[in-house]
Design a protein around this ligand. Structure first.
Ligand code: SF4
Ligand code: FES
Length: 160
């Protein structure tokens, strides 16, 4: 009898979510991955304004500013693609348990999900067990009263 071999999981490398374009750059926002950490809103309020439609206006900042602030997004909800430039380079791999919240990961990540292996540079993974978007955090830890100590912050923007 032929033995069944496990199928190679498909990789998802394209940024997911809605695209917001400006000359030279497209910013992608995946609402399912956003944990309302607000690094974007605090970093570039003229670009990221949740009270406005569209809430992202990438032409309100320089490419350099956009790249820097998008990379602060700990959950991977925000990504950018340059028209004529390199893709986001992964940082050294780090794992950071957040107080009463998810695990923040950075690095060259390959995350097993129901839709395949997601290749990413940033992610917030659920550690409370209540997320409806596992393995990603969806902020349900606030509603379920999850309590667990965090650690020293690795990411300088990792304050909430
Ligand atoms: S930085 Fe990322 S996770 Fe935080 S509010 Fe902005 S998009 Fe959401
Ligand atoms: S840690 Fe955020 S939903 Fe579980």
């Amino acid at each position: 009898m032929a033995r069944k071999t496990a199928a190679t999981p498909k990789s998802v490398t394209q940024p997911a979510g809605k695209a917001y374009t400006a000359p030279g750059i497209t910013v992608y926002f995946d609402g399912k991955r956003c944990i309302h950490f607000r690094a974007c809103v605090h970093g570039l309020p003229a670009v990221f304004d949740p009270d406005r439609k569209p809430w992202i206006k990438p032409d309100e900042a320089t490419l350099r500013q956009l790249i820097e602030v998008v990379r602060r997004c700990p959950s991977g909800a925000l990504h950018y693609v340059l028209d004529n430039g390199p893709a986001e380079k992964p940082e050294p791999t780090t794992v950071e348990p957040r107080p009463n919240g998810p695990l923040f990961l950075r690095g060259a990540l390959r995350i097993a999900t129901r839709r395949g292996v997601v290749e990413d540079t940033r992610a917030a993974l659920c550690r409370c067990g209540a997320s409806q978007n596992k393995p990603f955090c969806d902020d349900s830890h606030d509603d379920c009263g999850f309590r667990a100590a965090g650690t020293t912050t690795i990411n300088p923007w990792g304050k909430k």
